[in-house]
Ligand binder design. Sequence first.
Ligand code: ADP
Ligand code: MG
Length: 465
Amino acid sequence: MDSVTTAACCEQVRQCVQERLGESRFRTWFEDATFSPEGEVLVVQVNNHFVGKWIAANYLDDLFSTWRELLGHGERVDVRIVVSGPGSAAGECPPVTAGGRSRRPSSHGSRSLATKSSELDDFVVGPCNAMAFAAASTLARSCGRAFKLLVIHGGVGLGKTHLIQGVCGSIRRGDATVECRYITGEQFTNEFILALRSGRIDQFRMRFRNVDVLAIDDIHFLADKKGTQQEFLHTYNALDLGGRAVVLTSDRHPRTIARLSEPLIDRLISGMVVSVEAPDLATRREILARMASKRDQTLPDEVLDFVATHVTRNIRELEGALNTLIGYAALSHAPITVDVARTALRDRFVQAGPGLQPRDIERVVAQHLGVSAEQLCSRSRDRTVSLARALAAFLMRRHTDLSYPEIGRALGKKNHSTVLMATQRMEKLLHRDGEVTWKNGAELHHSPLRAMLETLERQLSPAVA
Ligand code: ADP
Ligand code: MG
């Protein structure tokens, strides 16, 4: 393809991205970007490290697929994001490429920018993860002599990978002769299948049975995979016999991983099983402060409070919010204030666009539970009505800037301690992954609270629906 044509394609990619993002978001992230061709490579040049990182993490996929569509499926089609200009220190941000061809571009791209080793020392400890941290540190310190099997379970973005990698790093640093192998459940499965196909199962077994510590992240990936589960069980038994240690993470308690063999479940729960929970406000705040300082930033107290109050679900989201905020402030040359945070993070508060009114929340909750708006604001103590009220209060707290007294007023002059208690009840239930029960007509319904909140939040957010 000649250079005139590739230059035209660059312009088309720019326009496609602009259409897809809308004017204001495009201006935020791409205003100063230049799009130029280097053979079959689209080079997107930005002059700010955070913007580069943001684009790599969020838009590389889009850029790559649009570019490939326009250019055809050439061998060297790729997208590279480079940071240059006065805003970036030399070497601060290595160029990121989509990696093209058969690889998933964005994950590769974002990984290469975001790669970092997770250390136990960087882990912020709060009530939500203290047990898990203590267990991980003990295993690392004693190199498996204190106990031989540790299973860390919990939802997405709550620090499981950080802990398991921290254990490996800490063991390796403590004694370079100890062999510690870290692998994900997915890689373990793939390598096992490959070994079977290529008749190299002995090498596979050597690799996993001759280590001092085996760490497998996301073991729930083995659900449904009978052969791999069996192989893992043999691996585990061999390591156990040899007095070696095994560390695993999973997105849920081993007993509730569907389609895991009974013998494997028995094995897993014979170990030290600890959970990581969603962080409370104080821990979220501390994590933010710590993450900001690692990025050489100091956030004012009120900004820490604001972000920690609004970004509640998990730590990965907190990290994303912080990156966005720092990037946005750098880009707009603005100091980091609550107002800047509100604007920068608008898209993240779903969910909580500034337009989200208490009455939207009331309407969605009332409809979902089959109660009327009047009942919601009444003094009724009916179980379903009370649940609806607690859910509405919780969602207002999460997605609006209303104070407890204001929420009380929105819900029919309830006093602020009633609102506080109701939201705390929801928070506690959420922490222990509890269920809610309600009656719609004569029918009794049950749902995990987490799933119920997700449904309601989807309805509140046209962007997410
Ligand atoms: P999971 O594996 O549970 O999905 P991760 O370990 O990938 O979650 O955590 C998501 C992000 O949050 C990572 O960047 C991780 O370093 C960070 N993180 C998680 N928990 C903590 C913590 N307690 N202190 C500091 N950073 C944390
Ligand atoms: Mg993980």
